[in-house]
Design a protein around this ligand. Structure first.
Ligand code: HEC
Length: 124
């Protein structure tokens, strides 16, 4: 192998490597006070919205979409969606069902967690 071929190979490997670590880093460090919200979100919401809020194919939209900024979907929209469900209107995933066992109190933990995550992802 010529020296410039080796160089190309090494840089290709480096690029691949840096992409995979960048993905691993999408795990945001969650402050301790939001741990309960994270747990409840992962238990109740992540099956459709994903643990990193990026959405799940065929199930639910990313909550990191600009639609879900506080200025467009304020906290009250989150309480309503979780407690009563919501009709499909922005997407083609179908309706979001009311979440079994959900309470306003649980949402009091979930919402600050979602907002923190959105901010870390520079949504607003
Ligand atoms: C069974 C799947 C599913 C689960 C579980 C789920 N969602 Fe959703 N959610 C959806 C879908 C689908 C939509 C998109 C509706 C549409 O087309 O606008 C949605 C929309 C939303 C919206 C936007 C509501 C609006 O007024 O437009 C919020 C906020 C939301 N979800 C929060 C949550 C939270 C918080 C949880 C957990 C407590 C949760 N979702 C659990 C499927 C789900």
């Amino acid at each position: 192998m010529k020296i410039n071929q080796i160089f190309l190979l090494v840089s290709a490997l480096l690029v691949t490597f840096s992409f995979s670590t960048a993905q691993a880093q999408s795990d945001i460090k969650i402050p301790f006070m939001l741990a309960q919200g994270q747990k409840l979100f992962n238990e109740n919401c992540s099956s459709c919205h994903n643990v990193d809020l990026s959405g799940v194919d065929d199930r639910g939209p990313p909550l990191l979409h600009p639609y879900y900024k506080p200025s467009h979907h304020g906290d009250e929209a989150f309480y309503k969606a979780a407690l009563n469900g919501t009709r499909a209107h922005h997407w083609k995933f179908g309706d979001m069902p009311a979440i079994k066992g959900m309470t306003r109190k649980k949402m009091d933990s979930i919402i600050p967690y979602v907002r923190y995550f959105q901010k870390q992802k520079k949504l607003y």
